[in-house]
Design a protein around this ligand. Structure first.
Ligand code: 2P0
Length: 363
């Protein structure tokens, strides 16, 4: 038996992921690259026990047993299924997994990202103890681990890199390329492993950077990201243009602005990328709408604040809650402005943090 405890932070995308390559859907290969910030204070802690066995899984989320008929169980067992396929020695064990988030699940905060990253990190830790040869050959490398996390949930790949900070998830396979049926063995693995995450800017390179969480609504979202993005890929008429523009123009510009710590340029691009995502959602049939009236009020408040000088940028994912990016020197002013719309107790400030890691090992 081995007991591993791991931790993985959530991450907030600036250039968003919203759609899988239909030919490579099984392996969660995205249609475009994305970049995100690793969050310091919101994370998942996972405890994993592995015993000799045949790949049976027990899963507990936030102190609740997750049973096979539940959606969460389907996601977790799918991830294990693909892991058993790509990393066969992992199937020689039974797993007992307990996962806990320190923030609300499924309210537009990326809990699947930190959850699957923590699980992948814990499984890697277990293999290091139980199957050292297999581990050093196939699982020691964090690039591979980021692929492993991706098999659970796309955005989880961005929570893996140990350094955290500003992370890029490379698309890998070009959407024009053929599907998995045309590749075999090692060649197939090379394709699957071509889409991975790495840190571009570590947290200590931009210590003044702040992320402000605003809780507008705590309800679970109506449309889950997975079917939502699939519907956008299938029906949104501007989808391919959006991918092309972000891949070739917006993302390189965001990366340059973050590397140069050019906040005004970054802030404008960040808001446009968020608006671009919600435009794609709005042009999906049936229309996907995550923002509500309060979300729009917050957008107006941020624009008002930015009238003279760029001080803040909002970003929205699959929910009505905004994350606002700012710098330490503007923090109080931004909070003041936001608190006209949202009670102060629903505003939380955090900064850039480290990525996933093992915190305890017992044999
Ligand atoms: C992102 N989102 O880049 C985008 C922005 C939501 C909006 O990644 O199907 O939970 O498990 O790969 O990772 C949410 O999608 O979806 C997401 P799956 P995931 O952060």
């Amino acid at each position: 038996m081995v007991y591993i405890k791991s931790i993985a932070p959530t991450n907030i995308a600036v250039v968003k992921y919203w759609g899988k390559n239909p030919k490579w859907e099984k392996y969660l290969i995205p249609l475009k690259s994305s970049v995100s910030f690793t969050v310091q204070d919101f994370y998942t802690e996972t405890e994993l026990k592995a015993n000799k066995g045949t790949g049976n899984i027990l899963f507990n989320l936030n102190d609740k047993a997750i049973t096979p008929e539940m959606k969460e169980y389907e996601y977790v067992s799918e991830m294990f299924g693909k892991t058993f396929e790509l990393f066969p020695n992992t199937k020689n064990y039974d797993y007992d997994v307990k996962s806990k988030n320190n923030f609300p699940t499924a309210a537009g905060y990326a809990s699947s990202a930190s959850g699957f990253a923590a699980l992948a990190r814990a499984l890697q830790g277990a293999m290091k103890e139980l199957e050292p040869d297999f581990y050093s050959k196939y699982m020691a490398n964090d690039k591979l681990l980021s692929v492993f996390a991706r098999l659970g949930s796309g955005s989880a790949t961005r929570s893996i890199p140990k350094k955290g900070g500003f992370v890029m998830w490379k698309r890998g396979i070009n959407p024009k390329k053929q599907g998995p049926e045309t590749f075999k063995g090692e060649e197939l693995n090379n394709q699957i492993f071509s889409s991975y995450s790495k840190t571009l800017v570590s947290p200590d390179e931009w210590p003044e950077f702040r992320l402000i969480y605003t809780k507008i609504e705590e309800k679970e979202k109506k449309i889950k990201s997975r079917p939502g993005m699939k519907s956008s890929v299938q029906t949104c008429p501007i989808y391919n243009d959006w991918v092309e523009y972000e891949e070739k123009t917006a993302m390189p510009a965001v990366i340059k602005a973050v590397k140069e710590k050019d906040f005004p340029t970054f802030a404008k691009l960040a808001m446009q990328c968020s608006d671009g995502l919600h435009a794609v959602m709005g042009y999906t049939y049936p229309r996907i709408l995550y923002l509500n009236e309060k979300s729009q009020e917050l957008i107006d408040a941020v624009n008002e604040l930015n009238a003279g000088e760029m001080k803040a940028a909002y970003t929205y994912d699959a929910g009505p809650n905004a994350i606002v990016f700012t710098l330490e020197k503007y923090e109080n002013q931004v909070i003041e402005q936001l608190s006209r719309i949202i009670p102060k107790e629903n505003i939380a400030v955090t900064r850039l943090g480290k990525g996933s890691r093992i915190t305890k090992v017992e044999k």
